[in-house]
Design a protein around this ligand. Structure first.
Ligand code: GUN
Length: 285
């Protein structure tokens, strides 16, 4: 058996095409959707992510700009900028790229963003709404995973789902979304005992550990759906997920590749959240 590939790149492209008309309609009303991305420091991976986010917006007619600060900037400067952006009617989404340098209290920064402009869905108010099953903004990576599962026709009701990783950005909101969709959810992490035993039970595995080829075929139930959120750089410079894709392909039922899987969907859902923020402001939702 060879697993069916869930093609995130193709789905992302299809969705982005459908966004163009919404952006045009908003622009015609004087509400061109606008996203501001704040980057602190020079982390090379963050620089790539931020560039892709800004370019993703521009490619479908949205407004987007990045604001870059040196790594040693005082948090006060960033907080003042966020306050200014909160009050700017042309700005519908504000995103502060994580991680931040050590002098920052990340939570303080995330809470400073107006919940109406929090297109990452990281503000406590938005996290709470998601947990209550009434999401306002869904964090982009798990949102992208849910869209991929939906497009692949996977019904989650009553399914055993195992999320590997408990980050605020992926693992925790992913678990909340899967619970809301009717799955029975187990969250594994670095302290989990007998991790492979949990994963072997799973109809759906979401790997978000940040370790190359962490998920191996012996851990999988035959026919499982395997979603790989990881992006790891190997010593030879190539990209690789948290799943040993080549080996798992013969055991999984459906699987996402890296690159070309979850990655393109993350930015797509950021665009979706920003457009939705602008539509709400224009009274269209
Ligand atoms: N760093 C890694 N992923 C993300 C994300 O989805 N949003 C932000 N703001 N920072 C990140």
């Amino acid at each position: 058996m060879t697993a069916q590939i869930i093609d995130g790149k193709a789905l992302a492209e299809t969705l982005r095409q459908t966004f163009k008309a919404r952006v045009e309609a908003l622009t015609a009303r004087g509400q061109r959707p606008g996203l501001v991305v704040i980057l602190v420091g020079e982390d090379p991976a963050s620089q790539v992510y931020v560039r892709n986010k800004v370019n993703g917006c521009l490619a479908i007619g949205m407004h987007s700009e990045k604001i870059v600060y040196p790594a040693d900037i005082a948090p006060r400067v960033v907080l003042d900028k966020i306050a200014e952006l909160n009050a700017d009617p042309q700005v519908h989404g504000i995103l502060v790229q994580l991680p931040l340098p050590a002098q920052f209290d990340e939570q303080e920064i995330l809470e400073a963003i107006s919940p109406e402009k929090d297109v990452d869905g990281f503000h406590a108010e938005n996290v709470g709404a998601l947990l209550q099953g009434q999401p306002h903004f869904i964090p982009c990576t798990p949102y992208g995973v849910m869209k991929m599962l939906e497009a692949a026709g996977i019904d989650l009701t009553g399914k055993e789902a195992v999320v590997i990783g408990r980050s605020n950005i992926v693992g925790k909101p992913m678990a909340a979304l899967l619970i809301n969709a009717g799955a029975t959810v187990t969250v594994c992490h670095s302290k989990t005992r007998n991790l492979a035993e949990h994963v072997r039970r799973a109809d759906l595995v979401v790997a978000a550990v940040g370790r190359a080829k962490f998920v191996t075929p012996d851990m999988l139930k035959p026919g499982a759906v395997v979603i790989d959120v990881g992006i790891n750089r190997l010593p030879d410079g190539s990209l690789c997920g948290d799943v040993d894709f080549a080996a798992c392909q013969s055991v999984a039922g459906q699987i996402t590749p890296v690159p070309g899987g979850v990655g393109p969907m993350t930015i797509t859902m950021l665009l979706a959240n920003t457009i939705e923020a602008a539509e709400r402001k224009a009274g269209l939702r």
